[in-house]
Design a protein around this ligand. Structure first.
Ligand SMILES: C[S@@+](CC[C@H](N)C(=O)[O-])C[C@H]1O[C@@H](n2cnc3c(N)ncnc32)[C@H](O)[C@@H]1O
Length: 155
């Protein structure tokens, strides 16, 4: 099994490329929910993922509902600045899904309202509105890996 990172309607190719690289480094399955704000041949996307794209297990979905229906047993956690529970207060397990919103608007409020018990927030000062998307994904996946002993990875 593996963890899953889900990007709902990502807009900035460099962020998705950066996350793809993190997925290659950690054996994480990357899911992209359309519409994407870029073409998959975008040079910034390729550059940010460097030459690791062939190592990324990547799936495309027409909607979040379609993705969720494919994994009826999946546990989905939703990263947002609009929830109160901290990401590190959950006990993650192999196979969990971590869902991130688009750069300009974040996750749809309806999705957060429908999943009130699995929202997760990275604490911040009041100096910024949010963290960068790629940094958020890296923080969460490494917390999940830390909790599960970095399966399949050195150290
Ligand atoms: C640039 S942020 C979007 C900011 C957007 N204005 C909002 O209100 O959510 C892109 C994504 O990164 C994640 N993110 C950024 N900062 C976060 C934080 N402090 N806690 C949890 N998720 C965060 C969320 O998934 C968010 O949808």
């Amino acid at each position: 099994m593996a963890f899953h990172i889900v990007l709902v309607e990502p807009e900035i190719p460099a962020n998705t490329g950066n996350i793809a690289r993190t997925c290659a480094a950690t054996g994480t399955h990357l899911h992209l929910v359309r519409p994407l704000g870029f073409s998959t041949s975008d040079s910034q996307l390729k550059r940010a993922g460097l030459d690791y794209w062939h190592s990324v297990n990547i799936s495309y979905h027409d909607s979040f509902a379609e993705l969720q229906a494919q994994y009826p047993e999946g546990r989905f956690y939703f990263a947002s600045t609009r929830v109160s529970k901290r990401y590190c207060d959950y006990q993650f397990r192999d196979g969990d899904f971590f869902v991130f919103g688009k750069e300009t608007k974040g996750l749809p409020q309806e999705l957060l309202d429908a999943n009130p018990d699995t929202g997760m927030r990275m604490p911040m000062t009041d100096k910024v509105r949010s963290l960068n998307l790629a940094n958020s994904a890296a923080i969460v996946i490494y917390e999940a890996l830390r909790q599960t002993g970095f399966p399949g990875m050195e150290g």
